[in-house]
Design a protein around this ligand. Structure first.
Ligand code: PGA
Length: 249
């Protein structure tokens, strides 16, 4: 790898997952309220649920999301947007339908159709929106960001990927009994994620502490996709004491 500047994330450690969600929601709200056209990158999974609940509460208290355009990181391949395991379904249920975002402004990559065409179109839509201003990001136990599993290139773009068995097992509980977790997904690439102007990485619980340690205390390497975040000058890591255990930042 050619020599590039490495950065450390701005770390905030809070007592509980609830405090983490409140802090992350605050940062998103400040971003949304201070921009004419806020473009958010959004994530799914268990960790962001409490963040979306707080954003929905802020909307009920008067905050408008009508100017927001958002781009989700990823989607299972082969699932239509109505499938209960699809991230499109998660996003409608937990965020889009809870706030006043305009129809068509909450983008989730399509899990149907020609993946190469969809991937190119998704990148073009992000570019047309002016790029992502604030990317909300989680981290997998195996260090994945989006569905960029270990081995992903740091300059990868939106594309179809094969999911790790560990990821399929971790996400099995989001699928109805007897339904298989898809083996493939479409995800923003690491290169796509690194183009966000600001990244808010959120992690809670001891189970994430090793992944965070690998991401920020070892040289960047493809074995830990999140270690690519050391190449980004504006990463804010908000985590609880459990997840922060291995960090000395
Ligand atoms: P989680 O997922 O919030 O459900 O732990 C995070 C991730 O896999 O990126």
């Amino acid at each position: 790898m050619t020599q590039r500047a490495l950065y450390r994330p701005a770390l905030v450690v809070l007592e509980s997952p609830e405090a983490v969600a409140a802090e992350v929601a605050q940062r998103i709200l400040r971003f949304v309220e201070t921009r004419a056209h806020p473009v958010l990158g959004l994530a799914t999974g268990r960790t962001p649920l409490a963040v979306y609940a707080r954003l929905a509460a802020a909307h009920r208290a008067g905050t408008s999301f009508a100017a927001v355009e958002s781009f989700n990181l990823d989607e299972y391949f082969g699932l239509g947007p109505a499938h209960p395991g699809a991230f499109a379904c998660y996003m409608r249920r937990h965020f889009f339908e809870q706030v006043d975002m305009l129809a068509g402004h909450g983008h989730v990559p399509s899990g149907l159709g020609d993946p190469a065409l969809e991937a190119r179109a998704y990148e073009a839509t992000i570019a047309a929106a002016g790029g992502i201003g604030l990317q909300l990001l989680g981290i997998g136990r195996n260090g994945h960001i989006g569905f960029n599993e270990p081995g992903s290139e740091f300059d990868s773009r939106t594309r179809i990927v094969t999911l790790d068995e560990s990821t399929r097992r971790a996400n099995a509980k989001d699928f109805p009994e007897g339904t298989e977790v898809p083996r493939e997904a479409i995800t923003m690439g690491i290169g796509t994620i690194l183009e966000a102007r600001r990244i808010v990485l959120v992690a809670t619980g001891e189970a994430k502490s090793e992944a965070l340690h690998a991401a920020f205390h070892r040289p960047p390497s493809r074995g830990c996709p999140a270690s690519a975040l050391q190449l980004h000058p504006r990463v804010e890591l908000v985590c609880d004491v459990g997840a922060a255990q291995g960090l000395r930042l």
